[in-house]
Design a protein around this ligand. Structure first.
Ligand code: NAI
Length: 478
């Protein structure tokens, strides 16, 4: 088989950008991205794409209608495809066994059942969604149990390592592409087919092939280890605040060790898109009766939660222990810059806590839609009284109006535009004393202090306290 037509089930943050890049790099391959959501597909076919990702618009404009198509006609796309990516969502279960930890595989199963029902010819089915180890076995079971005569399937694991905000660059200049498959001649042939697609732009030495289970586990392991670095530096940020050390200096000093490296050592407010994948790993370890391993990775998640609560507690404490009746500006609502995605964003935690304490919130994010902010903050998992919350929040379209008459600014997302705001102008329209809580460590703190702001950040005490600590019974000065 030579792959001429690809179908991607799921037109989300992974399916859309990944298939756009495949279409760009493989002009001879016809790529159709399908989704159950008509509104999402309509957006992919419009001038305003459903997701914001630097560089994505240009690629979609170049390829859409040529060899890239977005459609709700799932049946035709599956029937015609030689290779099908499953890129559907795998959120954490909210009910039943494994609630709050295990991934909900209903969308993956749904996609597999659709393929089984529709397919009339051989297909390579590629698991791109992040799934638990051995999920490919479940997909194969569903496909085999519903197999039509003469139709055969090969299942591959090809996890996606892109990061939102840099997805296009990550896809075009991938550190590696990982493909796992069956160790049989047919499995190897399917792996070669998928390699052939990536080889249009990825050097062969960066395409790593493994058995299916190694590939599935590697995705969870990579995310767990990235999150572990963030939790490690965040844990040290608390030590820095208590001792007068500066976490940025510590991170630089530590990162200069070539065994450690400097990437992913930026302390911040917490919040992580890795959470669901680590919880997935924790759940797998529990099911495998490996409680010590489960507890080890659980601590990475717990540290992330601790960081969010610690930061929010600091905000409240600094505002004289009460925000009731006060107005707080939230700058940034997305979980990171250069994306409009709010899943797992620390801004939700900060906003919820401040709302629970009686604050009024003024919120601004350059890319998150107003409806999304209202949806996130009135979701039943976050609030009991949507009407009260709606009255207490307002969403703005620029940072300056969001700061007017506010007692404090809490910076939750590291958008570049926040670095260059006119803070003199902002100071003059705020209530006094005016506070800035920089949850991302991106602002020039000294300049803000010189303007008159009270400034707090992560991992650095701006007014150095006089410290005396007791270590192991001996008094020592830090
Ligand atoms: P998403 O929620 O943005 O998109 C998933 C899409 O699948 C939705 O539009 C949904 O309507 C659609 N869908 C669900 N069931 C369907 C079905 N049976 N037929 C057709 N469409 C269906 O999710 P996202 O962020 O793209 O993630 C997809 C997978 O990739 C997840 O497993 C995620 O963990 C993984 N991943 C995500 C990354 C990210 O940065 N967002 C990075 C790497 C992996």
């Amino acid at each position: 088989m030579v792959v001429k037509k690809i179908c991607c089930v799921g037109a989300g943050y992974v399916g859309g950008p990944t298939c756009s890049v495949i279409a760009l790099k493989c002009p001879e391959i016809h790529v159709t991205v399908v989704d159950l959501s008509k509104s999402r597909i309509d957006q992919w076919n419009s001038d305003k794409l459903p997701i914001y990702e630097p560089g994505l618009d240009e690629i979609v404009k170049q390829c859409r209608g040529r060899n890239l198509f977005f459609s709700t006609d799932i049946e035709t796309a599956i029937l015609e495809a030689d290779l099908i990516f499953i890129s559907v969502n795998t959120p954490t279960k909210t009910i039943g066994n494994g609630k709050g930890r295990a991934p909900d595989l209903k969308y993956v199963e749904g996609a597999a059942r659709m393929i089984a029902e529709i397919a009339q010819s051989d297909k390579i089915v590629v698991e791109k969604s992040t799934v638990p180890v051995r999920a490919a076995e479940s997909i194969l079971k569903i496909l085999s149990a519903n197999q039509k005569p003469g139709v055969s399937y090969q299942i591959l694991s090809n996890p996606e390592f892109l990061a939102e905000g840099t997805a296009i660059n990550d896809l075009i200049n991938a550190d590696r592409v990982l493909i796992g498959g069956e160790e049989s001649p047919k499995g190897k042939a399917a792996i070669e087919e998928l390699c052939g697609i990536y080889e249009h732009w990825i050097p062969r030495e960066k395409i790593f092939t493994t058995n299916t289970w190694s590939s599935e586990l590697s995705k969870l392991a990579a995310n767990a280890m990235l999150a572990q670095r963030i939790s490690s530096i965040n844990s040290l940020s608390a030590v820095c605040e208590a001792t007068g050390a500066d976490v940025s200096e510590v991170a630089t000093a530590v990162g200069l060790d070539s065994r450690i490296g400097s990437k992913f050592l930026q302390a911040s407010i917490g919040g992580s898109c890795f959470q669901k994948d680590i919880l997935n790993l924790v759940y797998i370890c529990e099911c495998l009766n490996l409680p010590e391993v489960a507890a080890y990775w659980q601590q990475v998640v717990d540290m992330n939660e601790y960081q969010k609560s610690r930061f929010t507690a600091k905000v409240i404490q600094s505002l004289f222990n009460t925000v009731s009746g006060k107005t707080v500006t939230i700058l940034g609502f997305a979980f990171k810059k250069n994306t409009g995605d709010t899943r797992e964003t620390p801004a939700i935690h900060v906003a919820k806590t401040l709302l629970d304490e009686g604050a009024t919130l003024k919120i601004y994010d350059p890319k998150v839609e107003e409806d999304q902010i209202y949806y996130d903050l009135t979701h039943p998992a976050v609030c009991e009284s949507p009407e009260t919350v709606k009255k207490a929040i307002s969403v703005y379209h620029d940072a300056y109006s969001a700061c007017e008459n506010s007692h404090a600014i809490v910076l939750c997302t590291e958008w570049d535009e926040f670095k260059t705001l006119d803070y003199h102008k902002i100071y003059h329209v705020m209530m006094k004393p005016a506070y800035v809580f920089d949850g991302r460590k991106i602002l020039d703190h000294q300049t803000l202090i010189d303007i008159g702001f009270h400034v707090q950040t992560i991992g650095k005490t701006l007014q150095r306290p006089l410290l005396t600590r007791f270590c192991g019974g001996n008094t020592c000065m830090h």
